[in-house]
Design a protein around this ligand. Structure first.
Ligand SMILES: Nc1ncnc2c1ncn2[C@@H]1O[C@H](COP(=O)(O)OP(=O)(O)O)[C@@H](O)[C@H]1O
Ligand SMILES: [Mg+2]
Length: 287
């Protein structure tokens, strides 16, 4: 596919046809995915990725078939947090087989592309022509390729870990056929909540239900109550995950925290939050 400026006057490249073909491939790849969730926060460093990994672990422990897409192209962390960093990507037909974590979670991350080969980055698209899109491509195009070229198979849930920034959700929402819901993450600081308030507004506009607000690192900062923020914003409050060094350490090692620290308060909270989310996306009317 050529870039916009290349196709002024066209030159017979049939860009529209190529985008339509990719969109159709994306639709087919996601046909077996029952629900897609996005974990968002306008703020960086609040634990979006940690919670994505933790919640994915809880969904898998409940018997769900789980996939995780790391939509943070510049700061990818999901491969490490789910213990698949350094795995080689395997092509099967016209798709990439996502590596599977010890708990059976399928993971796709930019990190796997970078780590799997020391040669310069080129996306192995089905046709050489499409491989060009990778190099000057924009984020949305990269994500569309990620989603369309990954063999997700049948999944009960695909969790998308978003980079910080309030605009990112709109991009993701425009790509996938349907978002089952968004989960907004905050920490109990004034600064975080100032930004997260905006994220909630954006999440509302994404035409996907806001499943609720999660407070992370509870107890670390003497800040405002996240439950109040949720109430003011008119969205459910899903719970508080306490600050727990063991959670940070397990996530750094790529260990499934809810298994290795099953008795901890953080694991209990994650499990309770995951249970609420499962109920909300299985029976949308229950929230
Ligand atoms: N509840 C928690 N307790 C302790 N450390 C945490 C917790 N949540 C996240 N962290 C740590 O905080 C850092 C930032 O988390 P991360 O998930 O990468 O944030 P984000 O994806 O929002 O940028 C990481 O080092 C992570 O291990
Ligand atoms: Mg992150």
């Amino acid at each position: 596919m050529k870039r916009y400026k290349d196709v002024a006057g066209d030159g017979g490249s049939n860009v529209v046809g190529q985008v339509a073909a990719q969109q159709e491939r994306l639709r087919q790849r996601l046909a077996g995915v029952r629900s897609i969730l996005a974990v968002v926060s306008g703020k960086g460093g609040v634990g979006k990725s940690t919670l994505t990994a933790g919640l994915a672990g809880c969904f898998a422990a409940a018997g769900w078939r789980v996939g995780v897409l790391d939509a943070d192209l510049n700061g990818p962390t999901m491969a490490k947090m789910l213990g698949v960093r350094g795995r080689r990507l395997v092509m099967a037909g016209d798709a990439v087989e996502p590596p599977v974590s010890a708990r059976g979670i399928k993971v796709m991350s930019m990190d796997l592309l970078l780590a799997s080969d020391s040669t310069p980055l080129t996306w192995q698209a089905p046709t050489q022509e499409e491989a060009h899109t990778w190099r000057g491509s924009m984020e949305a195009q990269a994500l569309r390729e990620f989603l369309a070229d990954t063999n997700w198979g049948g999944l009960d849930v695909l969790v998308i870990d978003l980079p910080p920034g309030t605009d990112r959700l709109a991009t993701v929402a425009s790509l996938v056929p349907r978002l089952a819901g968004t989960i907004v993450v905050t920490i109990s600081s004034d600064v975080s909540q100032l930004v997260v308030r905006k994220s909630i507004t954006v999440a509302r506009q994404a035409q996907a239900p806001v499943l609720g607000l999660v407070e992370n690192m509870a107890g670390l900062f003497p800040g405002p109550d996240a439950a109040v923020l949720a109430e003011e914003a008119g969205i459910p409050f899903l719970g508080s995950v306490p600050f727990d060094r063991a959670l940070a350490a397990a996530t750094d090692r790529g260990d499934p925290f809810i298994v290795s620290h099953a008795g901890s308060e953080a694991a209990r909270q994650l499990t309770a939050i995951a249970t609420k989310i499962r109920a909300a996306i299985t029976h949308p009317a229950s929230v």
